[in-house]
Design a protein around this ligand. Structure first.
Ligand code: ACM
Length: 746
């Protein structure tokens, strides 16, 4: 391996060793002992299995192209001939039914597990070993002992915003099963379409499953109208109950539970359109929430759930609960009567009343209600389980009250975000969640008390599909990020390393290719991360990419890096201002346009900023230091360097003494999906005493607020010949959020 010869970094030598390993299972097993030699087999191989594991033997046989006739039921205690596979039920190695041992020797392959889940997990490990060692007929010897850290390892697919057919859902089940994801949560209803047949309410699938508008975006931006099955322009679809039962059975064999979600009380526009009597008084069929003063709403939900219980045997039944608007309830006479009759305080308690009622119903059927973390508002129902999506706080709060929690915080688990440089990707809803950030996710909140940690059951990735109209696109958003998440929910932190994961992942791209998965290819983009020392005017720069052991070349003077530029061997220090450019070298050339980071120790670095209007508390970034700390924001406003404003940005920088000035500038971003806009203009004035300000110049926005791709614009005002100590910087808020990273004074 040429790339490691010159380095003195032990870490990289270790990586090289692991990349030569023949066992590259993801998620990382608890214990792997690699052995010399191989188990060799041909199509005559026999697979013995305990009776309850026969369907697992069938899956393995199909994968190994072994005829089903060679699967034999194993009687406990009997010998198995040399050269066979044995999948055996055992009371060891542990009392965790998902735990397993997998012993691959020259003589046999022996799987032992107490439960079906463990035997499936073992089989998937074996399949990975086979698929990542492409020498057919030879499997490298090893002893593997393994069990999961978390019992709930999930993926949610929003099949409402765009419908995905059963065949595709089965493909996803096959793929996520390979990575020991054991729960598939289907978001079956939302404003954009109802996706499950309910026999008692046929209009849900005759009408509410169909809309005018092929893509969610075109529908959302038009009149958001619905259609009827069979109309030429109708777009949508649904799962019949038979389809859904078939999916559930298919998943079960593969160790995966399907959780159905029916949204209530919000995100129900399509239901109200089909059944206007479920909306508030005077709704005209156009409303996004159920009327909660109306008993028909509860009868409807109970009827729907009753039919669901027959299809989906999952313990958890998800009732949504998120983002319900309260304004209709405040105006509706029936909702107001319900509030009064039940001594409720407000609309939040009304929502809580509705969830409690559903919780009681679901519990009476022996199941458990699961909902998004808004179900905490107005008081959590006694037996409810919580999916924490607005950060981790809801999950922490619920766990402290002794309720089970699934972690799905947006910053780590929302796979509808960009994962690479947005201009290189299909349009997404916004945000930025690269592979490494998924891998960095730790589902157990550090602040949660030890005795409450048992309530964190695991974590889940969510794929909201507003911007994901096709199966190929959905695959792109899920892979490889779900592979990274699989390790964060299965493996113990102390066994995990990003470099080791990257090295194992290299072997898995071939699996994704074999199964024609349109995965997101590892990017050549170089992330340039500084640690800035304001006093010394130095910066320590770290470079990283999604490539494994890349040859990165960089410059610090703004020139384009090439074969002759410095090679990156680890963090380096720069003195004073610099323009860092870096790129991945491949076949003697930089693989794409180099990435750039300016380090600018300008006149305002480290200087005090006074806020004439405060920043928004949801996006404080580094609070008062953000705009003069020398750090630039990256491509996401969630990186802790972009400060958000929901009103005008109006600050005054105190340089500490009067200085000769040449210009002032700041960069803003626009991404209109999540409501982030450039300012209409910036306006700068300067002062020597802090009370009398002279206008110094304006810079107008010339980019339309309808441009929907992520973009950045630097607004600059020339100050040549001017002097001042105080700089007042004003940016006119357009709409939604305004984000700024640094105000540069030169
Ligand atoms: C959600 O993202 N509204 C749960």
């Amino acid at each position: 391996m040429k790339s490691i010869v010159v380095t003195i970094f032990g870490l990289i030598l270790i990586q090289a060793a692991s990349s030569q390993s023949r066992i590259n299972i993801i998620p990382k097993p608890e214990q792997v002992v690699e052995k010399s030699g191989e188990f060799t087999y041909n199509q005559k191989i026999r697979i013995y299995a305990s009776k309850e594991f026969r369907s697992i033997a069938l899956l393995l046989a199909e994968m190994m192209k072994v005829p089903a006739g060679q699967i034999l039921i194993h009687k406990k205690g009997t010998e198995v001939p040399t050269g066979a596979v044995l999948i055996e039920k055992a009371n060891t190695p542990s009392n965790d039914s998902a735990a397993y041992t997998l012993d691959i020797s020259k003589q046999h392959i022996h799987i032992k597990s107490l439960g079906y889940a463990g035997a499936i997990n073992a089989m998937q490990s074996l399949v990975q070993v086979i698929l990542t060692n492409n020498d057919e007929g030879k499997i490298p010897c090893a002893e593997i002992v393994d069990k999961p850290r978390f019992g709930y390892r999930g993926l949610m697919i929003d099949v409402s915003r765009h419908f995905f057919p059963p065949s595709f859902i089965k493909k996803m089940i096959d793929l996520i099963g390979l990575y020991k994801i054991n729960t598939l949560h289907l978001h079956l209803t939302d404003a954009a379409g109802w996706r499950i047949q309910i026999k008692k309410y046929p209009k849900l699938t005759q009408q509410a499953a169909w809309r005018n508008g092929n893509s969610w975006k075109s529908w959302w931006n038009a009149d958001r109208s619905y259609s009827t099955e069979g109309e030429p322009s109708a777009s949508g679809g649904y799962y019949t109950q038979e389809d859904a039962k078939d999916i559930v059975a298919y998943a079960k064999v593969r160790g995966i539970t399907i959780i159905p979600e029916i949204e209530m009380p919000g995100h129900t526009d399509e239901v109200i359109a089909a059944y206007p009597h479920l909306g508030c008084v005077g709704n005209n069929g156009k409303q996004g929430e159920f009327c909660l003063g109306n008993d028909s709403t509860f009868i409807f939900m109970q009827d729907v759930i009753t039919e669901l219980l027959d299809i989906f045997p999952s313990t958890y039944i998800h009732i949504g609960g998120d983002e319900a608007g309260k304004s209709n309830w405040e105006k509706c006479s029936k909702c107001q009567k319900r509030i009064k009759d039940n001594n409720l305080k407000d609309a939040f308690e009304l929502q809580s009343y509705a969830i409690r009622r559903m919780e009681k119903f679901i519990a009476s059927k022996g199941r458990q209600l699961l909902g998004w973390d808004e179900i905490l508002e107005g008081g959590l129902a006694p037996g409810a389980r919580v999916m924490s999506w607005r950060g981790e706080q809801g999950g922490i709060e619920a766990a402290r009250m002794g309720h089970d929690v699934i972690m799905t915080p947006g910053a780590f688990c929302y796979f509808d975000k960009y994962q690479q440089e947005p201009s290189s990707e299909p349009e997404a809803i916004g945000g930025f969640l690269p592979l490494q950030q998924v891998y960095a996710y730790e589902p157990m909140p550090a602040e949660l008390e030890k005795d409450k940690q048992q309530f964190i059951k695991g974590a889940q990735a969510n794929v909201w599909t507003e911007y994901i109209p096709t199966m190929e696109h959905l695959e792109y958003m899920v892979f490889p990020r779900i592979i990274a998440l699989s390790e964060t929910v299965w493996s113990y932190r102390e066994k995990m390393s990003w470099k080791d994961f990257q090295s194992r992942l290299l072997k898995h791209y071939a699996i994704l290719q074999k199964y024609t998965v349109n995965y997101c290819r590892p990017s050549d983009r170089v992330g340039i991360s500084p640690v800035i020392n304001i006093e010394k005017k130095t910066a320590t720069i770290t470079l990283n990419t999604e490539q494994f052991n890349p040859d990165i070349r960089y410059t610090t003077d703004g020139s384009i890096p090439s074969l002759n530029s410095l090679r990156y061997n680890g963090p380096f220090e720069i003195n004073g201002s610099a323009m860092v450019k870096a790129g991945v070298l491949r076949s003697g050339k930089i693989a794409q346009l180099p990435d750039t980071l300016p380090i600018n120790f300008h006149k305002a670095v480290g200087k005090k900023v006074n806020y004439n209007i405060n920043y928004d508390n949801s996006y404080p970034a580094q609070k008062e230091t953000t705009l003069t700390n020398g750090y630039r924001g990256s491509i996401t406003y969630q990186d802790g360097q972009w400060q958000g404003f929901t009103k005008n940005m109006d600050i005054t920088i105190d340089l500490g003494s009067t200085e000769k000035l040449s210009n002032v500038q700041s960069t803003f971003m626009q991404i209109i999906g999540p409501g982030v806009y450039l300012p209409d203009f910036i306006d700068v004035s300067i002062s020597t005493d802090g009370s009398k300000f002279e206008p110094a110049g304006k810079s107008l926005n010339d980019i339309s607020p309808t441009v929907s791709t992520l973009l950045f614009k630097t607004f600059k005002v020339d100050l040549t010949g001017k002097e001042g100590r105080y700089i007042r910087f004003f940016a006119k808020h357009h709409d939604g959020y305004l984000f700024a990273d640094e105000v540069i004074v030169e």
